[in-house]
Design a protein around this ligand. Structure first.
Ligand SMILES: C[S@@+](CC[C@H](N)C(=O)[O-])C[C@H]1O[C@@H](n2cnc3c(N)ncnc32)[C@H](O)[C@@H]1O
Length: 298
C-alpha cells in the first residue's frame, strides 16, 4: 500500500514539474553543475538568495562605475551561518563579475544586549540570546573579518582602521530597534565608503505569528527615524521586487536600498544597454500583454 502511495506521489510530482516550465527549469538548474551564479539566483536555488541578490547587484553596480573592490557587511553574526554563506556567495560573485569583495561581520559576541524598552520587542528577544563561539567561528571563516563589541562602540574605529572599500551590501540582523539605530551610524560616514546605492536586507521586518512586526518598534522604527533625520540619504524598500522575480519569496519584501543622493556617483548613468531594447511588443517583457490578452503576440 505504502509503495503504491509513494509511486503516486512521485508521479504527481513529475506531472507538476512537467506542467510548469519555471519549476522544470529550476529543477534542472538545481541539479546542474554548469549553471551560472545569475541563473541560480534567478531560479532561487541558492541557500541565502537575499545575500546573493544584494552582493551580486552591488558588484554589478561597482563594475558599471569602474570600482574594482567593494565591501559587504553582516550586522549580527551569532554562530556565523550567515557569514559563512556570504563568503561562498562573494567568492562566486567575484568569479562571475570580476569585482573583489571584502566581508565584515559585526557582533557583540556575548549575545543580545539588554533591551532598552518596548521598542526592542523584549517579548521576543532576551539578553544573551545568540552567543558566539569566537574560536570555533574564526576556525571556519576563510577571509571575512569579525568586528567584535557592541556596535555602539565599534563603528568609528572600524572606519578609521579598515578604511573599507565602498560598501555595496549590508545585512541588518541585530533584531533590536536600539542596536539597528546604533548600526545606522555607519550610514552617516562619508561617501567614499559607499556605492551610491547600497543594497540592504532587513531580517526583522517579517516574522512569525508571535513577533508581529510594526513600524512602531524594531528595525522598521529605526528606518523611519533615520529617514526623518537624514535630508539627503534615505533607506527605501525596493518596491515591486517580487514582481520581477521568477519565484516570489519572503525576502523580496525586506530588501531595501540605502540611497546616498549626495554621492558624487549617484547620477552617473549605468543602465545596461540590453535592458533598453524596445521592440514592438516590449510590454511582454513585463508580463503586461500576457496578463491582459492571454498571449504575448495578441
Ligand atoms: C539573530 S542573531 C544574528 C544571526 C545571523 N545573522 C545569522 O543569520 O545566523 C542577532 C545578533 O545580533 C547581535 N547584536 C544585537 N545587538 C547588538 C549590538 N548592539 N552590538 C553588537 N551585536 C549585537 C547579537 O549578539 C546576536 O548575535
Amino acid at each position: 500500500m505504502k509503495i503504491i502511495q509513494n509511486l503516486i506521489q512521485s508521479l504527481l510530482k513529475v506531472l507538476h514539474l512537467a506542467s510548469n516550465p519555471d519549476l522544470l527549469k529550476q529543477f534542472q538548474i538545481h541539479r546542474s553543475k554548469t549553471a551560472s551564479f545569475k541563473e541560480r539566483l534567478d531560479y532561487e536555488t541558492l541557500t541565502r538568495c537575499h545575500y546573493a541578490y544584494g552582493t551580486y547587484y552591488a558588484a554589478l553596480q561597482a563594475k558599471a562605475l569602474n570600482i574594482s573592490k567593494i565591501s559587504v557587511i553582516e550586522f549580527g553574526v551569532a554562530g556565523g551561518n550567515g557569514l559563512i554563506e556570504l563568503e561562498k556567495i562573494a567568492t562566486e560573485v567575484t568569479k562571475e563579475v570580476g569585482v573583489e569583495i571584502a566581508i565584515y561581520g559585526f557582533d557583540a559576541a556575548t549575545g543580545m544586549p539588554k533591551p532598552i524598552d518596548y521598542r526592542d520587542c523584549p517579548y521576543m528577544w532576551q539578553p544573551e540570546f545568540f552567543k558566539m563561539d569566537i574560536d570555533l567561528l574564526k576556525s571556519k571563516l576563510k577571509f571575512s573579518e569579525l568586528v567584535l563589541g557592541n556596535v555602539a562602540n565599534t563603528i568609528g574605529q572600524f572606519i578609521q582602521e579598515k578604511k573599507p572599500a565602498p560598501i555595496g551590501f549590508i545585512s541588518f540582523d541585530l533584531d533590536y530597534y536600539s542596536s539597528t539605530l546604533e548600526a545606522f551610524k555607519l550610514l552617516e560616514q562619508s561617501n567614499e565608503f559607499f556605492l551610491p546605492r547600497v543594497f540592504c536586507y532587513f531580517d526583522d521586518c517579517i516574522g512569525d505569528d508571535w513577533i508581529i512586526h510594526s513600524e512602531f518598534a524594531g528595525e522598521l522604527l529605526a528606518i523611519k527615524e533615520f529617514n526623518e533625520k537624514q535630508p539627503t540619504r534615505k533607506i527605501a524598500k525596493i518596491e515591486g521586487l517580487r514582481y520581477k522575480r521568477i519565484f516570489e519569496a519572503y525576502w523580496n519584501e525586506v530588501m531595501y536600498c540605502f540611497h546616498l543622493f549626495d554621492h558624487p556617483l549617484y547620477n552617473q548613468y549605468i543602465y545596461p544597454a540590453e535592458n533598453l531594447e524596445l521592440p514592438w511588443n516590449w510590454q511582454n517583457k513585463w508580463g503586461i500583454l500576457k496578463t491582459y490578452w492571454g498571449s504575448g503576440n495578441s
